[in-house]
Design a protein around this ligand. Structure first.
Ligand code: MEV
Length: 312
């Protein structure tokens, strides 16, 4: 076993299909490298996890790494690891639907594999990460783990092999805004499940339609049709509101983006706080949307769908 190891992961943005993906519908997610997480391991007398999360967030959540401790325990048993200190450093705002928990599990698993000289396959990585994600999210689809561990946009269907998904867009910029409010993925996923039991027909219909919208947005991307992509985002937001996973702050940011010329806008990730995304046709409109959102949001970014990302 090496004395040291390193692993990294990106944040993620779900473009379409959150929540419905838990029920087997397709979803589209993008790795978001403007925010990242790394894990470094070094030999130690006893197991220890040190973490430095974005702006000290999570300092108020002393049990937030319980899922990672469980994962590490299982990895240590499987790979016969001797004690290590694990140092996690992250610029991903935690509990904002940007994949912080999945990225933590991905980076830690990669760092431990590196220390032990183990070549991880994608399937194996997803299996290990699922241990931590089940504890964090209750019933994860696996999309966060897949999006944060890869380098490319993904078209994800629970339990199916990942499909390569070329982003065919020649232009278009996503403006991402953080409400500054803790997202509640676990509670939101649970409440949608409850809704499914109590108002089965309407909820099943909303979930199926979200699946159709994810397929339609895939077609729009492949056809380089930004207007059509924006329209699917707006329709998705209406359905996500129906599923009770939006909130007032998200609705306000969505409305602000639309007034400034967004082609479409919606929450991203688990909802009930966390982040929203707005689609701009060009740089000028993206800057206008970002400026307006920045007056109300905790943080904003731009994600160029043609390529680069940069923080704003
Ligand atoms: C969370 O980023 C996405 C959800 O669909 C939950 C999941 O798929 O595990 C809300």
């Amino acid at each position: 076993m090496n004395a040291t190891g390193f692993g990294a992961a990106n944040g993620k943005i779900i473009l379409m299909g959150e929540h419905a993906v838990v029920y087997g519908e397709p979803a589209i997610a993008l790795p978001f490298s403007a925010v990242q997480l790394s894990a470094e391991v070094t030999a130690s007398q006893a197991w220890q996890i040190d973490s430095v999360y974005h702006q000290g967030l999570l300092a108020d959540a002393p049990h937030h790494l319980e899922n990672i401790k469980q994962l590490v325990q299982e990895l240590a048993a499987a790979w016969h690891l001797t004690p290590l200190t694990i140092k996690i450093t992250s610029t991903i705002p935690p509990e904002r639907g940007m994949g912080s928990s999945a990225a933590t599990a991905v980076a830690v698993t990669r760092a431990l594999a590196d220390a032990v000289g183990h070549a991880l396959t994608t399937t194996e990585l997803q299996k290990w990460v699922a241990i931590a994600e089940k504890i964090a999210h209750g019933n994860p689809s696996g999309i966060d783990a897949a999006a944060t561990s890869g380098l490319n946009p993904i078209y994800f269907i629970k339990g199916e092999p990942l499909t390569a998904f070329p982003m065919n867009l020649s232009h278009g910029i996503l403006v991402v805004a953080d409400t500054g409010i803790k997202g509640q993925t676990r509670g939101a996923v649970k409440d949608v499940a409850h809704l499914f039991e109590t108002t089965k027909k309407a909820t099943a219909q909303a979930i199926t339609t979200l699946g159709h919208l994810a397929k339609a947005s895939r077609e729009a991307i492949l056809a380089d049709d930004l207007d059509a992509l924006g329209a699917t985002m707006d329709q998705a937001q209406t359905l996500l509101k129906q599923l009770t996973v939006s909130n007032q702050s998200l609705d306000e940011l969505v409305a602000t983006a639309k007034v400034q010329g967004a082609l479409g806008a919606k929450l991203t990730g688990g909802g009930r706080g966390g982040c929203m995304i707005a689609l701009a046709p060009d740089q000028q409109t993206a800057d206008k949307i970002q400026q307006a959102l920045a007056t109300k949001a905790a943080a904003t970014w731009q994600f160029n769908l043609g390529g680069d990302t940069h923080e704003g």
